[in-house]
Design a protein around this ligand. Structure first.
Ligand code: ZN
Length: 114
């Protein structure tokens, strides 16, 4: 998509393994998991709905998707690790409606897939 070709030598399984090493630090850097489980449930619902309605994502790639709302009230951000771990900070989440959140999560899923 950028017009550049870059060979990535990691398999999806290796990417998933790398994620599990990086996740605890990423969560800690952003204040930990959000304590409101209803808001976390909303993130799960949106993320899995995007994945489920695009079956080619799961059929062709063994990524281990997980969607996490982080407590960070200052850093407006969302990001994803190569194996499918996807995060959004409360600083961003709290400014968005559900459709906008879906746009952000979909963007992050695209980073994982592409
Ligand atoms: Zn991006």
């Amino acid at each position: 998509m950028t017009g550049e070709n870059q060979y990535v030598s990691l398999t999806p399984q290796q990417e998933v393994a790398l994620d599990s090493q990086a996740v605890p630090q990423m969560i800690q850097q952003h204040g930990g998991p959000h304590p409101d489980r209803r808001l976390q449930a909303l993130i799960d619902q949106i993320g899995w709905r995007i994945v489920r309605t695009n079956p080619e994502i799961i059929e062709t790639h063994p990524w281990d998707f997980e969607f996490s709302l982080l407590v960070d009230p200052q850093k407006v951000n969302a990001f994803a690790l190569p194996g499918g771990q996807t995060f959004i900070t409360d600083a961003l989440f709290s400014q968005l409606n559900e459709v906008q959140i879906a746009g952000v999560i979909g963007h992050e899923i695209a980073h994982v897939v592409a």
